[in-house]
Ligand binder design. Structure first.
Ligand code: BG6
Length: 488
């Protein structure tokens, strides 16, 4: 059966400023938390420094230099037929420390130009307001989202860009993978919350220490900030579509033991529904109170906060999906699985990528049904893809990559989306992650490539930055041209 997608389905790609722009000090840009992250690899966690260390290599500083090459890159996206492009506006280009009262015009200029370029090709822009890029100065002054001070600073930034682009940008996401703060992963606390857990020294030495009181308080601040911005955007009466973005963790129990089933349910609640419910339904879920009590979490919720959450709910739900995750309560012999900010045990029915991420297209169909059943609002998959090692070869006088493994991964996930649509799910778009090779958030590597476009840039910082079309470039172009039917 041919894959069927609704007319006007948004095919495209997604990126984040800190992972591709580079030019980290150009035109008055300030430093974000990502600018202090060194590179790592699948076995070595990324190290975080408090200042720039002489001679150290920071992958975000040049990244793939999209800042100077955005025209060339967008022309390639247009050649593939993109209908929508998701990117983030780097907060520190607009408010270099986050504390300024007046925005940096030169920083805004870059996004004026970028959005104009997208419009030229009739590509719909979708903006992530916060994608692991909070200003480092705010981490230094009050430990990022642990403090309520962030709400006002974020609002100032968000309102500035919404005011400026309200006629050109209709789709906005308030926080990338907001639920990263519901997981006890050190680097997630730093990237998502712009903060160090209490023991900074241990944290800098990459010991995975946790502080759940702090994480959930920070999340509360982000919920309030997101809701306030959504309420503001709606007051403009411009038909702006405001969305949430969740790192969806499709969780399976390892066995049919009721303890495993209950554990998977508990993890699903906290990993996915805790944030989703607040942002879609406008209130904390029924299980939140017991969850807080069990962990000794005592949230400070100020007068008016709960009303704001009710008033600032999202219009559509977006999420990232790369892999599923399997958990057990009863089998302590089960082999551990490592992956993107998730952990769990190995699923005997799945194979994994070179980075250990378990490949599970059917899990995407299940996730789409699970989310839609709960919320019944339009959904969009805004990140999905295969991070893999690519080899550049010369063929018929041109450089390319024969990335059949990537085509196979994407094909199976796109088919799973078509199945979910046939199930009745209202899915409105798909933006694959990193349509052009960029810096990995998890490891800081260039070697972990997701793109349809190869970028000649390497983990030691060398490379000409030249762009080359991979085999998947032509395949994705066909998929878009045929509105999904050509996926086979
Ligand atoms: C998501 C993030 O977690 O996964 C992206 O929103 C990230 O920023 C993507 O790049 C893929 O993860 P990684 O670690 O392979 O870059």
């Amino acid at each position: 059966m041919k894959a069927k997608f609704p007319d006007g389905f948004y095919w495209g790609g997604a990126t984040a400023a800190n992972q591709l722009e580079g030019a980290h000090q150009a035109n008055g840009k300030g430093m974000s938390i990502s600018d202090l992250l060194l590179g790592g690899d699948v076995k070595t966690p990324r190290r975080i420094t408090t200042e720039i260390e002489e001679g150290a290599f920071y992958p975000s500083h040049e990244a793939i230099d999209h800042f100077h090459r955005y025209k060339e890159d967008i022309a390639l996206f247009a050649e593939m037929g993109f209908k929508l492009y998701r990117f983030s506006i780097a907060w520190t280009r607009i408010f270099p420390t986050g504390l300024e009262k007046v925005p940096n015009e030169e920083g805004l200029k870059f996004y004026d130009d970028l959005i104009a370029e997208l419009k030229k090709y009739e590509i719909e822009p979708m903006v992530s307001l916060s994608h692991y890029e909070s200003p480092i100065e705010m981490t230094k002054q009050f430990n990022g989202w642990e403090s309520r001070e962030m709400i006002e600073a974020y609002e100032r930034f968000a309102k500035t860009v919404i005011d400026r682009y309200q006629d050109d940008v209709r789709y906005w996401l308030t926080f990338n993978e907001i639920n990263i703060l519901s997981r006890d992963v050190g680097v997630g606390t730093y990237l998502g919350g712009g903060m160090y857990p209490k023991d900074i020294d241990d944290f800098l030495n990459t010991k995975n220490i946790d502080n759940s009181q702090q994480r959930f308080q920070a999340l509360h601040h982000q919920f309030v900030a997101s809701a306030r911005v959504i309420k503001y955007a709606k007051s403009l009466h411009k038909n702006l579509h405001m969305g949430c973005m969740i790192a969806y963790r499709m969780i399976y129990p390892l066995s049919s033991h009721p303890e495993d089933i209950r554990f998977a349910q508990e993890m699903t609640n906290i990993s996915n529904f805790y944030c989703g419910d607040v942002q879609v339904k406008g209130r904390y879920p029924y299980f939140a109170k017991k969850f807080w009590q069990d962990r000794g979490i005592d949230l400070t919720i100020e007068a008016g906060d709960l009303e704001v959450l009710k008033e600032g709910t999202v219009d559509f739900y977006t999420f990232s999906y790369y892999q599923s995750s399997t958990v057990t309560k009863v089998n302590d012999q089960a082999e551990k699985q490592t992956g993107n900010f998730f952990n769990g045990v190995k699923n005997p029915h799945l194979t994994a990528s070179e980075w250990g991420w378990e490949i599970d297209p059917l899990g995407l169909r299940i996730a789409l049904n699970q989310i839609y059943e709960r919320y019944e609002i339009p959904l969009m998959v805004v990140e999905n893809g295969l991070g893999a090692i690519d080899t550049l070869i010369e063929k018929n006088g041109e450089y390319t990559v024969e990335d059949d493994y990537r085509i196979d991964y994407l094909r199976r996930h796109i088919k799973a989306m078509a199945d979910a649509i046939a199930d009745g799910v209202d899915l409105i778009g798909y933006t694959s992650w990193g349509p052009i090779d960029l810096v990995s958030a998890g490891t800081g590597q260039m070697a972990k490539r997701y793109g349809f476009i190869y970028v000649d840039k390497h983990d030691n910082g060398t490379g000409s930055l030249a762009r080359y079309k991979k085999k998947s470039f032509y395949w994705y172009k066909k998929v878009i041209q045929s509105n999904g039917e050509g996926v086979n």
